[in-house]
Design a protein around this ligand. Structure first.
Ligand code: SF4
Ligand code: SF4
Length: 260
């Protein structure tokens, strides 16, 4: 899910698609373009993608970030983007692509599940809540739209088991949208606060270590049953991490984290 400013939304390619609109699409191993879309990609990873992929691979989020991602800070942005690092071969293949298809299929990233739909949060005037928009954007080589099967946004999300990913990405996009202005008070995104925000959202295992071994629990009250959950539940920890970022970057109060 991308954060889209109202002035750029109309320049996006693809067909705008709303609830109830139908589109044709089918992807299957017998199709002529099978796996072509898993190469040479700018594949954005969102925090919940990292949680699911590192669990699927049986590694820590630290190792996942070292081994599989590129962290890119674009000019004028105040939080980096995280992209899956493509293999170093001629076709820049996704590292999870095998001859049989996607090796992480049950845990594939949100973008792969939602494809050929792309969701975005469209921001209008300052202070107005963002509006969710969706585009049907298969690349030209994709033969899926020539198949006869029809979908709506709802039935496609159901079929691709994308609802949890979409929900988590929506939460992330709302938080990422808050970084439209510089919150770092001169430290920049690579300063201590910026690194903390990155850890709390993208590196859940390091964040758990921080939570349990630093002075955090002396400074903030977290309910016992919640803490027990955070010790073992990566998704709960990620949601907690997002609240923590809102609290320590912008001072937004959280029911989950109260100063002592
Ligand atoms: S290019 Fe389209 S139809 Fe072909 S494998 Fe990818 S998603 Fe499926
Ligand atoms: S994660 Fe799977 S579906 Fe997504 S690009 Fe890689 S191989 Fe393709």
């Amino acid at each position: 899910m991308r954060v889209i400013r109202s002035e750029t939304a109309d320049q996006l390619s693809g067909k705008s698609i709303g609830d109830g609109d139908r589109f044709r699409f089918r992807c299957h191993p017998g199709i002529g373009c099978f796996n072509r879309c898993c190469r040479n990609l700018n594949l954005f990873l969102y925090p919940y993608d990292v949680v699911r992929l590192k669990q699927c691979l049986g590694i820590g989020s630290d190792q996942f970030i070292d081994q599989y991602v590129d962290i890119v800070l674009r000019d004028g942005n105040f939080f980096p983007d995280v992209l899956l690092r493509m293999s170093d071969d001629k076709e820049q293949t996704c590292p999870f692509l095998t001859d049989a298809g996607c090796s992480v299929y049950p845990d594939r990233p949100d973008t792969c599940r939602t494809f050929p739909i792309e969701h975005g949060l469209r921001y209008g005037k300052p202070g107005e809540p963002p509006r969710e928009i969706s585009f049907f954007r298969p690349p030209d080589f994709c033969l899926g739209p020539h198949e006869s099967q029809e979908w709506t946004l709802e039935t496609w999300a159901q079929d691709q088991d994308a609802k949890t990913h979409n929900k988590m990405t929506r939460k992330w996009a709302a938080l990422k949208g808050m970084f439209v202005t510089d919150p770092w008070q001169g430290q920049g995104p690579n300063g201590p606060k910026g690194r903390m925000a990155f850890m709390a959202t993208y590196n859940v295992d390091a964040f758990r270590e921080f939570l349990l071994t630093s002075s955090f629990l002396k400074r903030y009250k977290v309910k016992k049953d919640r803490l027990a959950r955070l010790r073992k539940d990566d998704t709960a920890l990620l949601l907690f991490g997002m609240e923590w970022v809102k609290l320590f970057v912008w001072g937004l109060p959280s029911k989950k984290i109260r100063p002592r």
